[in-house]
Design a protein around this ligand. Structure first.
Ligand code: HEC
Ligand code: HEC
Length: 458
């Protein structure tokens, strides 16, 4: 099945959406109970994790069961309704894979996706004998606070159906709400600017110009003094009105994100050796992103003939700065390595540099770190990929070598002012008024997890 555009959200039954919202916020749908979808995707944090300390310390988040953390951090669910559905397919025009939900495209639709966290041992943990159990989830709905609403929407006899059928209705409702305008409202300052209702500040406007490389803020417009090449992956439509600006092309790239050593997931082990652990590789785990999904699907066990190992879906940047207070810390990147937007932008600007003035790390070499004179400014990428970067899918390139989008990534030559302008622009993408807080949803507290914080992360 190929990636096709997600269906336009239209004329959905308002009661179905209301039910979906209620189920998204229901914290009885985990085992043990206490964790809702909204526990990890909270509106006030731009539908990401609402605990600043966790974002700061680990970046990834605990599940419903004590001490189990996931391998990745919760991305936003806002604008997820626009993610092209289906299994990721190769887009020859962009020379990259596109489509599918999750960082690695392994879910083909919102409804398909919603089945996963409910049954993930590191998340809502509805398992019986170590296997995901729709029957357990249906029983939680049936005995939970939203049972009556569920029957109103699907009929009084709904719980008499097979649990597999009812489970499909549960995820149907959740995904209907996720596809509603409440989750993707296009109500940011940037949207008001496009509509001619507000002006951007000088810094925000210069940020937009840097982002797109164009003075009019539309890709392909008259060139600005500097192009930070962001919009080659976090795309805007070429003209306003040609479709919404979603700030992603939904393609998969490797931006060279370092490993997040603070992820407690590394301390988990094979569940045969350690019943609470669900990480086969322990400390040796490397997240190969799209490669971890597509190759097993194709039966490929070795190598990287498509150049997709280490590639992750480019996220929307809408709501990337939405947070409950200015001092609240959000984690960024698939593993939560980054802790602030200035840090992300500085990474894009300097990833390939070392402390020695003028020295550039050449990631096309098989040993990019050999013979360097200065200390690299950033830890090594979690996965560097094949030394031959004929394929721009793997985007770790020294200046000028690749022909693909974002080819100067890692050595953009931005001034500190230009970095700050880009951040100012990203802050215009928060939907307003801020979404209501996820009142009532408890954050499950984990006893006994030992968190070591190193201070060497920039
Ligand atoms: C314990 C935290 C946690 C809970 C609870 C949780 N999620 Fe997530 N969610 C994540 C993480 C982590 C990812 C990314 C995982 C990956 O890409 O492998 C994710 C990804 C997603 C995505 C994909 C977004 C994209 O850009 O592709 C959607 C949609 C989503 N979650 C919806 C839900 C729904 C619906 C529920 C409840 C049924 C839920 N989540 C419960 C942590 C959580
Ligand atoms: C080659 C494509 C590409 C280019 C060019 C690019 N990005 Fe990204 N961006 C990505 C991908 C892919 C990710 C997710 C990477 C991961 O998690 O491993 C990402 C992640 C991010 C994030 C983190 C978002 C989150 O929710 O975690 C921010 C912020 C961001 N990019 C901003 C920018 C800015 C600003 C620029 C320009 C300086 C830029 N990007 C250029 C592909 C790109």
């Amino acid at each position: 099945m190929g990636a096709k555009p997600a269906p336009a959200q239209q004329g959905q039954n308002p009661q179905l959406i209301q039910l979906g919202r209620a189920l998204f916020f229901e914290d009885d749908l985990s085992s043990p109970s206490g964790m809702a979808c909204a526990t990890c995707h909270a509106p006030q944090a731009g539908f990401t994790y609402p605990e600043s300390d966790t974002n700061q310390l680990t970046g990834t988040v605990p599940g419903a069961v004590a001490i189990r953390y996931g391998n990745r951090r919760p991305p936003t669910i806002s604008y997820a309704r626009f993610i092209p559905q289906g299994t990721p397919t190769f887009d020859s025009r962009a020379n990259a894979y596109v489509g599918g939900l999750f960082y690695d495209g392994r879910a083909s639709s919102l409804a398909d996706q919603a089945q996963a966290p409910l049954q993930n041992p590191n998340e809502m943990n509805n398992l019986v004998h170590n296997a995901g159990s729709p029957a357990l989830i249906v029983s939680e709905v049936q005995h939970g606070p939203n049972a009556a609403l569920f029957q109103q929407v699907f009929g009084p006899g709904v719980f008499g159906q097979s649990s597999d059928s009812v489970f499909q209705l549960v995820v149907k409702a959740i995904s209907a709400w996720e596809a509603s305008p409440e989750v993707s409202p296009f109500s940011s300052k940037y949207d008001a600017y496009l509509a001619g209702k507000v002006a951007l500040t000088a810094a925000e406007l210069d940020g937009l110009r840097l982002f797109t490389g164009s003075t009019n803020g539309r890709p392909g417009g008259p060139p600005f003094t500097k192009n930070a090449e962001c919009s080659s992956c976090h795309v805007l439509s070429p003209q306003p009105g040609q479709g919404p600006d979603l700030f992603t092309d939904f393609h998969y790239y490797n931006i060279g994100l370092p490993r997040n050593a603070q992820n407690p997931y590394y301390a988990e082990t094979d569940r045969t050796a350690d019943p609470v652990g669900y990480n086969r590789y322990g400390e040796g785990y490397v997240d190969l992103g799209l490669g971890d999904f597509l190759y097993p699907l194709q039966g490929v066990v070795e190598g990287d003939y498509l150049g997709i190992k280490g590639a992750f879906k480019a996220p929307t940047l809408r709501n990337v700065d939405t947070r409950p207070s200015p001092t609240f810390v959000k984690a960024y990147g698939h593993n939560g390595f980054f802790k602030s937007l200035p840090q992300v932008v500085h990474f894009y600007n300097t990833r390939n540099l070392t402390a020695k003035q003028g020295e550039v790390i050449d990631f096309t070499k098989s040993e990019p770190y050999a013979g360097l004179q200065g200390t690299p400014l950033w830890p090594a990428p979690e996965y560097i990929g094949a030394p031959n970067f004929g394929s721009p899918i793997t985007m770790i390139n020294p200046a000028g070598l690749a022909t693909g989008p974002g080819r100067h990534l890692g050595n953009l030559g931005l001034t500190p002012q230009q970095e700050a302008d880009l951040v100012a622009f990203l802050r215009t993408l928060s939907d307003a008024p801020p979404p209501p807080p996820s009142g009532g949803v408890r954050i499950v507290r984990k006893p006994g997890i030992r968190i070591e914080v190193s201070t060497n992360q920039k």
